[in-house]
Every structure is written in C-alpha cells, then in structure tokens.
Design a protein around this ligand. Structure first.
Ligand code: CA
Length: 639
C-alpha cells in the first residue's frame, strides 16, 4: 500500500476537497468521512459521550474519491458518534479525525453547532494590535494555576478558566499579583500554550491525578478535556478555551498554539483507523518510521495528509482566533506544507500577522521521499517569515542541552567577540542558518531540558542546591538574560525563567507530577528582584529599534564587535529608528571573574542596564571616557 499511497494515480483517484466532518444545523445534519480503502463504513450515534450502547447505526454511502456520507434532515446537534470502518475484512472503531467536539477521553466525537459555544461578544474578539517587538512566553495550562499559593479558586486550578480571572494574588493576600495580572506586569506580548488540543496521556475522568505536557495528540481539532471544568460534555471545553483566549486578548496578549502534527499518540489513532497507514510514513520493511522518537511519523507529503494539517491549523485560527503556531519537530514536516500554511494565513489575516515557527530538527531520520524537510538546512530557502528556534545562542550562552556539565559564556565557558557578534545578529545572513532575524527565535530555555536555573546550578553550585542556588547562579542568570535580550530575533521566555524556575534538576519532566512542573508563585515572590530584572529587560527591549529590526538591514546595524578582556566582549549597535533618542548602543558582557576596565568611545553614554539593575534607563546616569564592569555582569549603554 505504501507505493500505492505515494503514487500520483492514488492522489488523482482519491484526493478530495469535499468538506469533512459533521455539520449540523436546523436544516439537517451531514456526516462526511474520507476512508479511501474502506469496504464499508457505519455511522453509529450515541446519546452520551461514553459508556452508553449504540443508539442508532446508519450505513454510510460510498461517494467518489474515497468519500463516505450520511445525510439526515434531523438536527443532531449534541449527539455523539463514531465510525465502524471495515478495511480488508477488519473493522476499526474510531472517532472522526475531523471531529470538532468529543466525549470524555475523545473516544467518541460529537456533532455540534459550534455557534452555541461562542462566549459573549466572541464575534468582536480580536487580538491586540501587533507591537514593534514580540516577546513570547511559553506556558502550560496546568502549570499556570496548579500551585495553591497562586490564590486561584479550587475550581479553576489547572483549568482554562484560570486564565479568565483577574485580581488573583499570592495566598489571596492582595499583595503580590499572580496569574493574568502577573503576566501583564511582566510585559510579554505573546502567550505560547503547550499542547491544548485533545491528547491521550492524561485520563480525563480523573484529571487531577495525571500530568503531561501533551505532546501526544489524539483529536487534533478538539481542545483537551482535562483542562475543562466538565470533560464529559463536549461543548464545555470548547466554550472555556474560547473564553480563555478572549480573556488573553482583552488583556493585551496574542496567543500562540503549540501543535504536534508530526506524530500522534499512537498508531491506534483516528487517522490510522479511517485509512490504515495512509497518514503515516513507513520504512521499506513496512514498519512505522520513527523520526519523532514517539513511535510514528505523520506523512505530511501525501496530499490528503497535507490537507488535513492545513485544514486543522486554519480551523484553530478561524474558530478559536489563534494568533500563531509553534510546530513541534518541524524538521519532520515538509517545506511545501509549511509555506502553504504561511501563505494561507498571510492571505486571510494580513502578511505576518500570524506567526509560524517551529523546531528545525527531528529526533532521527524519517522515511519521507521526494520532499524537502523543514529543518535547519531548509531555512535559507523557504518563506522568510517561517521562523525556527535558535539553539546556537541557547547553547553558546549556557552550554549544551545534551550534557549538564557543558558550559557557555556565563558559567565558565569561553566568550569571544566573534561568537557574541553571531548571537547578536540572531545567526542570520552570513552568520548562520537564518535569512534574517525575522526567522530567529532567540531563547535560552523552554519546557524541554533543564530549566535555565537548574542548568546554572549544575554548572555553578558545588552543592547542587536547586532550590536555593547561590550568588554565582543568580549573577549568571541575570547575565544570561541580559545577553539574549540583546540578540536580534524574536525573544522567547520559558515561563518562570524570570524567577529561577526549578524542576529540582529533572531534565525531562513531561510526565512528572504537577508539583514538579507547576509555576511556584511563592518562589515568584521570593525571587522578585530577578523578576524585576527581566521586567526591566523586556521594557528596555521594546525601546530599542536596533535590536528589534528583523529585516535584511538588521545585520548592518551591528557596527563592531570587540574583545575587551578575556571572556569579556562588547558590541556596538546602530539604534537609529522612529522615536529613538539613542543613536548607538554599546552592549558589554563581562563573563569573567575579574572586574574589567572599559574605555568608552567618545560621548556621554547613558547606562541602560547593568549587572543588577535593568531599569537603569529610567534615570539619568551617564558615563564618559572610561568605566569598570564588575565580574559576571552586563553593562548596556546608549548614546
Ligand atoms: Ca485528552
């Protein structure tokens, strides 16, 4: 079948653009399923989303191009359903891959009039205006509100609804803002949510007992049920997610969705069961290709699979008002698909309004033939708006993610003007794999691997005290933050990095307890000074056009990079731009253990930030001729 599925004959005979899914209204209900290899398909209706026996069965009619259909004048809004698909004499029972709603744990789909799930004023909901700089904050729904100290009501903890609550404070004491108010104070512009489509690893019947990041998709077009206050009723999770997005928009954030189209939870998936193997890559011996490291790879290069991914992403934008996508293992998907998506989003919503970026790598080789995969090697050739995570700056600053002992600029490694310059340029143009900084996602840490704090503890604290750390860890954290906030590209912050988030040294916490993973709001207050340092850097970054520039001209802004002393380097940046008072930036980073003398170029240099204070730019404080940079410190100046 692999050869047949790959052939143009198959594509010509079976590709369809017919609407797929269940569509209900007062005029009636239509079910359409693409099952090109099926001998028979039965539609089975249920009164409930789980447990109850089949209420009615309807054989579906075979149509052209592999399509199966059942139409009725009844309005089946709120009725649950699944399919029995017979292929080669074997019957697969499956939810609808195009289902937009489902019962608990996603085993049955639900026919639903989606307009019923719109919160008040949903039609008027729109994202806040695009700001000159985009700063992305990566957050997991349960992590956000699980910690009791966060002051959320019990019913909202770990749920979509927690994002709709303003006014939460630490221990409900009214002093230290948590939740939504905390995010607003921080100043980030985009909230990237870890997978929030329906995934399989948490039992939705006891959601408080399970935890997972959610990189195991089951129903791509349905929100995850364990984050809903009622996972049994198919409409509740939809309405609550829409309310969450509306609240984020109303509070000034755009919302990025983390999507995992490269693999599914298992081969026991709706995609597999409706068209066995069509949606999956196979090795020559017939086994499932495993470039994802998760047991299967989705075959994005096949036309109905590409259509599926495209339809799904566009559906989330249209139905849920999503503002962009972070693609998991984008290096497993093909460039045609990624460019088609970017083009469709640009056409519908305005060029560059919806962000698309991903991981430009894969876990291992994949069995895709005849297509270019969207990995690092492809970034120079593709649509320059498609971005990717930059592991070069990440690893240069703090050391590789492969070995906890490996070090970078801030924790005992070597820094030179030459590498610093590449980092500041966002590894774009002649400096690296990106065309311009519009493609570069500049970051130090994310949900994967050690938190920044834990990595610094591993390399700088002989006692490996993850909770407390030591002064060197704290200094290195501030220095690391100052460095990446001075790099071109789009900034990306792992939630809690700004308060020294720790997972106790655990590297891969995808299924650790929520206590290991959740945002510790108590710690956010304890490390308030570090939070303030990040807040200062965020606010400063929004004022510096020289660092925000994402165009072809950005690299010419980097006037000169120079070594000041061993492990101490600086860079001069052309900061001219609209409303900018500062013509030139002098960004210096002393990664050594020694204070270093810096001879200043001519003129009066305003201190923008130093090793302790990232709000120095708020007060007039100018330096001339020379100054000293303390050990393990940044010194950011403007003239
Ligand atoms: Ca689920």
């Amino acid at each position: 079948m692999k050869h047949i599925f790959d052939s143009t004959e198959f594509e010509n005979a079976y590709h369809t653009d017919a609407p797929l899914g269940a569509f209900c209204s007062r005029e009636g209900t239509l079910f359409q399923l693409w099952a090109p290899t099926a001998e028979q398909v039965d539609l089975r209706l249920y009164r409930e989303g789980n447990g109850t026996p089949v209420w009615r069965t309807h054989p579906m009619a075979a149509k052209a191009q592999g399509l199966w259909a059942y139409e009725t004048p009844e309005n089946l809004d709120g009725v649950y359903y699944d399919y029995a698909v017979c292929v080669d004499g074997k019957t697969y029972e499956t939810a609808d891959p195009y289902g937009v709603a489902c019962g608990v744990n996603g085993l049955r789909s639900m026919a639903l009039d989606l307009s019923r799930t719109d919160p008040e004023n949903w039609k008027k909901d729109c994202p806040p205006p695009k700001q000159p700089e985009q700063i992305i904050y990566e957050l997991h729904i349960k992590d956000f509100s699980w910690d009791v100290s966060g002051g959320f009501d019990a019913k909202d903890r770990g749920k979509y609804t927690a994002f709709t609550k303003s006014g939460t404070t630490l221990h409900k004491e009214g002093c230290f803002p948590t939740g939504l108010d905390y995010l607003k104070r921080l100043g980030v512009t985009h909230i990237q949510i870890l997978p929030m489509y329906d995934y399989g690893s948490v039992d939705e019947t006891c959601p408080d007992e399970g935890y997972n990041w959610g990189y195991d998709p089951v129903n791509y077009n349905v929100p995850e049920g364990s984050y809903a206050t009622d996972p049994y009723r198919g409409d509740v999770r939809i309405r609550e997610l829409k309310e969450m997005i509306a609240a984020l928009h109303a509070n000034g954030f755009r919302v990025i969705m983390d999507v995992v189209y490269n693999h599914t939870y298992s081969l026991d998936s709706p995609l597999f069961k409706t068209a066995p193997w069509y949606f999956y890559r196979q090795n020559p011996d017939g086994t499932a290709s495993n470039g994802s490291g998760c047991g299967n790879d989705v075959a994005s290069e096949r036309s109905m699979c590409a259509r599926y991914i495209l339809d799904s992403a566009l559906y989330w934008v249209e139905q849920y008002h999503i503002d962009g996508f972070r693609f998991d293992l984008m290096g497993l998907l093909d460039t045609d698909l990624m460019e088609k998506l970017q083009r469709a989003l640009d056409e519908r919503y305005g060029v560059g309004e919806k962000l698309v970026y991903g991981e430009p790598w894969r876990a291992a080789d994949t069995a895709a033939r005849g297509v270019t995969l969207c990995d690092k090697n492809a970034l120079k050739q593709i649509d320059g708006k498609i971005g990717a995570f930059c592991d070069d700056t990440r690893d240069a600053v703090k050391g590789s993610v492969m070995d906890e002992r490996s070090v970078g600029f801030v924790n005992g490694g070597v820094m030179t003007a030459d590498i610093l310059k590449k980092c500041v340029a966002g590894w774009a143009g002649e400096f690296g794999v990106f065309q311009t900084p519009a493609q570069t996602i500049t970051y130090l840490s994310c949900h994967d691997d050690w938190t920044l704090w834990d990595k610094l503890v591993y390399t700088l604290d002989p006692n490996k005290d993850f909770k407390e750390g030591n002064e060197a860890v704290l200094r290195a954290n501030r220095l690391a933050a100052a460095i990446y906030f001075c790099c071109q590209g789009r900034l990306f912050i792992h939630a809690g990095e700004e308060f020294g988030r720790t997972k106790g040294g655990i590297k891969n916490s995808y299924c650790s307890s929520p206590e290991v993973n959740c945002l510790d709001w108590e710690r956010a207050r304890e490390k308030e000074e570090l939070v303030k340092y990040y807040r200062g850097l965020i606010a400063l970054r929004k004022r510096l056009p020289g660092l925000q520039d994402k165009t072809e001209k950005a690299k010419a802004r980097i006037l000169e990079a120079f070594d000041i002393a061993p492990n101490c380097a600086g860079v001069l940046v052309d900061n001219r731009g609209k409303d900018s008072e500062l013509q030139t930036l002098l960004l210096c980073f002393n990664c050594s253990q020694e204070p270093t003398e810096l001879l200043l170029p001519q003129g009066r240099w305003q201190v923008l930030a130093d090793g302790e204070n990232a709000f120095a730019w708020e007060e007039e404080n100018c330096l001339e001729s020379k100054t000293k940079i303390p050990p393990q410190s940044a010194l950011l100046l403007g003239r």
